[in-house]
Design a protein around this ligand. Structure first.
Ligand SMILES: [Zn+2]
Length: 248
C-alpha cells in the first residue's frame, strides 16, 4: 500500500553500495523502517531526505516487512542538528532513546509531537540539558517506569522535606528517610522541576533558567532512574558523558 506519512528520520544504516535503510518516526504509523534505494548516491532524489533528523512528508510503500521509500519532501531540514556538534550529540541521544523504547508500527501521535517539538527547540538553540531532562521524564512511562512524584513513595504524605529514592522509585519524605540508605538529596527547585517535566505540556515551555546545581541534581536523579530500571545502555548517551568532560 502506498502511504503518505509525516515523519522524522531517527536512524539510517548504509545498505550495500548505494542504498540506505531509514527508520522514520511518523505521526500516522509510529516507527517504520524503509529502504531508500540509491540514497547513498549524491545525485539521487532520496539523498537529501534520507539524512538524520530530516522532518518531512514521505511517500512509502508499506507491506508486511521493510517498506520502500518512494519520495520525500522536506518540511524542516533541522540543519543545525547536523552541523553543530553539541546539538547533534543531544539530538542523537533523543532519537536513539526513542528508537530503542518504541516498537515498529505502534502509532503514538503524542510521542511524535513531543519528538518534533524537542528537536525543534534544540534547533532553535534552547537549553540542551533542560530539553533532554524533559524528554527523559516524558519517556519514563514508555520505558515502563512509573515514579511516584505526587507525594512520598512510602507514606504518601505531601508535606515535609523530600529526597529521591531510586530504590523505592519516587520522592520520599523526611519521616521515611530511614527506609533507604542511598537517598539522593535534592533541593525544592529540583523537586518542582522533576514534577513539572513529568506532567506539563512541552508546548507551554517558555524561557526557563535553571541553576547549574539544580541541573546536576536533575541529571543525577533521571540518569539513576534510567540506569536502574530501563535496561538501556546507549552509545549516544555515553558520547554525551564524554562531551560533558570537555566543558569548561
Ligand atoms: Zn513518607
Amino acid at each position: 500500500m502506498l502511504r503518505k506519512v509525516e515523519g522524522i528520520v531517527i536512524r539510517t544504516i548504509d545498505y550495500g553500495e548505494t542504498n540506505k535503510i531509514v527508520n522514520l518516526f511518523t505521526r500516522e504509523m509510529g516507527k517504520i523502517g524503509v529502504m531508500a534505494r540509491g540514497a547513498k548516491k549524491p545525485q539521487s532524489r532520496l539523498t537529501s531526505v534520507s539524512q538524520m533528523f530530516i522532518y518531512g512528508h514521505f511517500l512509502v510503500q508499506t507491506g508486511t516487512g521493510l517498506g520502500t521509500l518512494q519520495q520525500g519532501e522536506i518540511i524542516n531540514s533541522f540543519r543545525g542538528l547536523r552541523e553543530d556538534l553539541e546539538k547533534s550529540a543531544y539530538s542523537a541521544y533523543i532519537v536513539e532513546l526513542t528508537d530503542k523504547l518504541t516498537e515498529e508500527k505502534k502509532t503514538n501521535p503524542f510521542l511524535f509531537e513531543l519528538l518534533y517539538q524537542t528537536l525543534n527547540y534544540i534547533n532553535e538553540g534552547m537549553d540542551l540539558e533542560i530539553l533532554t531532562y524533559i524528554y527523559e521524564m516524558k519517556m519514563l512511562n514508555i520505558a515502563g517506569i512509573y515514579p511516584k512524584l505526587d507525594g512520598c513513595v512510602h507514606c504518601s504524605k505531601t508535606q515535609g522535606k523530600f529526597a529521591f529514592s531510586i530504590r523505592e522509585g519516587g520522592f520520599i519524605c523526611h519521616r521515611c528517610f530511614h527506609i533507604d540508605p542511598n537517598l539522593i538529596q535534592i533541593s525544592p527547585a529540583t523537586l518542582k522541576l522533576l514534577r513539572l517535566f513529568y506532567y506539563f505540556d512541552l508546548h507551554r515551555l517558555g524561557k526557563i533558567s535553571v541553576k547549574d546545581t539544580t541541573k546536576k541534581e536533575l541529571k543525577t536523579v533521571i540518569s539513576s532512574l534510567y540506569d536502574e530500571y530501563s535496561g538501556l545502555n546507549l552509545k549516544s548517551k555515553r558520547f554525551l558523558t564524554q562531551l560533558d568532560r570537555f566543558k569548561p
